[in-house]
Design a protein around this ligand. Sequence first.
Ligand SMILES: *Cc1c(COP(=O)(O)O)cnc(C)c1O
Length: 368
Amino acid sequence: MLQAKIPILDLSHEIEFIWDELNAAIQRVLRSGQFILGPEVEAFEQEVAQYLGVKHAIGLNSGTDALFIGLRALGIGPGDEVITTPFTFFATAEAISLVGATPVFVDIDPATFNLNPDLIKERITPRTKAILPVHLYGRPAEMEPILALAGQHGLKILEDCAQAFGATYRGKKVGTLGQAGAFSFFPSKNLGAYGDGGLLVTNDDQVAETARMLRAHGSRKKYFNESIGYNSRLDALQAAILRVKLPYVDAWNQARREAAQRYNQLLADVTGLLLPEVSEGHVFHQYTVRVLKGRRNQLQKALAGEGIGTMVYYPVPVHLLPVYGLPRGAFPEAELACLEVLSLPLWPQMSPEVQVRITRALQRAITA
Ligand SMILES: *Cc1c(COP(=O)(O)O)cnc(C)c1O
């Protein structure tokens, strides 16, 4: 029997579910004639700030822009060092380099895939200005020790929340734990637009004002530019789409957690795999297993042969990419994770039957 392919991500269910609301929102923007910033973006900024429990939300062009505008607004620049993880999407470190600072990597805790707080202290120097933790795969980083270290050493914290919209750490939304938080609305993220988009959030009035100035060519007042900024504005169509989706995001994150739980049950007896913990506040942007004994690539290929899409986030740790070019062995846990991780298909409306098909194929492939 020929079976339909299962992609790693299928947005069609979500789009069908909110089809009428999306159409109404898009038509509202078309009729308004206001396409860049304007009332739709302001309304979204207010709604998302309220959802996250933060004073300021600034709509930007992308998550990458939110990271580097956030760093600049926090006063990070040439000569400064920023501590971050090498096991992340390139944009995390790229943003640090883009503002002229130097990324200083710290290895991950293999159990969480996030920054290992115990290894941060030894990397702090007189030049260190900030820590940039990433909440990878939707799992909040272990923030308490990171916040304590930042307090002791007078460091700023910018959270990379690109994969963790709605995730909570000890009851507080990620992005609101440090001085600022950066979010991405890339279509595949937990709260995704249908194009590029990003957001910076902060409780600091000064940081918010600087970020608003930077996103509009360094001007507070049109044509009175006061510094070299960027063209990095959220557009009204994306804001209107995000306003439709925001009220559903908690239910969708909960559905992701339930799908992750179901995967863990279905895969509990499979040997040669390490399954992710359904930890507190985790919103499962990705459901990522570790495939042991060097069998990850072979397993991925076998699943592809059965029409099942999977992804490796990420095949190369950032410190080994040629632009940073640090020696192999520098961050062994990140390097090992890159050889073992495999993300399985996951979306909120995914049916248990699809998960059964995926896990059966996986079991067959791993015991073959
Ligand atoms: C997606 C992502 C980004 C970048 O977001 P864009 O909106 O694509 O620019 C940054 N960091 C992490 C961890 C991401 O997953």
